[in-house]
Design a protein around this ligand. Sequence first.
Ligand code: ATP
Ligand code: MG
Ligand code: FE
Length: 337
Amino acid sequence: MLGVESSCDETGVAIYDLALGLRAHRLYSQAAMHAEYGGVVPELASRDHVRKLLPLLEATLGDAGLRPRDLGGVAYTAGPGLAGALLVGAATARALAWALDIPALGVHHMEGHLLAPLLEPDPPQPPFVALLVSGGHSMLVQVAAIGRYALLGDTLDDAAGEAFDKTAMLLGLPYPGGPALANLATQGRRDTYRFTRPLLDRPGLDFSFSGLKTQVLLAWQRSDQSATTRADIAAGFEVAMVETLVEKCRRALRASGGTRLVVAGGVGANRALRAALATAGARDGFRTWFPRPEFCTDNGAMIAHVGALRLGAGEHGDAAIRIFPRWSLDGLGALAA
Ligand code: ATP
Ligand code: MG
Ligand code: FE
């Protein structure tokens, strides 16, 4: 199964075999191109996918030692994401499948993220609770089986990754800010600034991060704006963020009576979050599975993987090129037995 990811600013291509696992994967990030503008410029993203996708595809086939006619199917991200960017992947994947006379399937980007931990050794078995924390989403999902997803909690405003990125920008860090902010936080004192843990004072599993971002802005504006202070504020923000996410995971597990947690999406690469969940799990008796850090953020492997599972279960679409820039996860169908 060939997988193509092009929903945002990463072009990802991978080949996954149900029997042999991941055969090859390559990623091209446009981050440097968008850095000048402080965020992703949709039209530039689409055009760059056009430039990068075919060379990346040839290189990935080469890595796996395969020819196009060795492929059994093509999966691509059909949504959610930027319309123009999605169209590049969808059109390329559909055209390739048509030319090779093999099936093609549009995959839900967030299902890709959600099942990415299954690419690792010793994968989790459903049922489990999943925390999806990425640039565009913060969700808690009850996973009854692969494909059967019930939304437990969602963000009321900014997504977790978006909060990392916007806060980084407020502190003057270069784009993309999330990882830079996390790095800076390791140099700061974690208890100099205490920010709110949004929504922890009331029941429920929803998230809200925009107020936290504003608190950081005010703290920074009122401070001496030294390098030490910047690192302290970064650390204070990360602690607030991590504590909030961990507490919501504990509540979701308690409510569902489960002991298995899966964390995926770009913020899943965060070291402090990984460490805090390990500590909480040891205390509360749950275990957490993560993808390797490079498969937390966007990649082709997670798309090839879901495509292999779903096409393997007999699913595929017609030849039309369809994309879904907005697409909810809980409407997806379960895998056919
Ligand atoms: P979505 O998947 O919701 O459509 P996306 O594809 O843009 O959004 P991902 O690629 O999953 O999101 O993740 C990118 C996000 O993860 C960015 O917001 C980035 O700041 C954040 N991120 C990446 N690494 C870290 C880290 N170590 N700590 C905190 N945040 C991080
Ligand atoms: Mg990205
Ligand atoms: Fe993503």
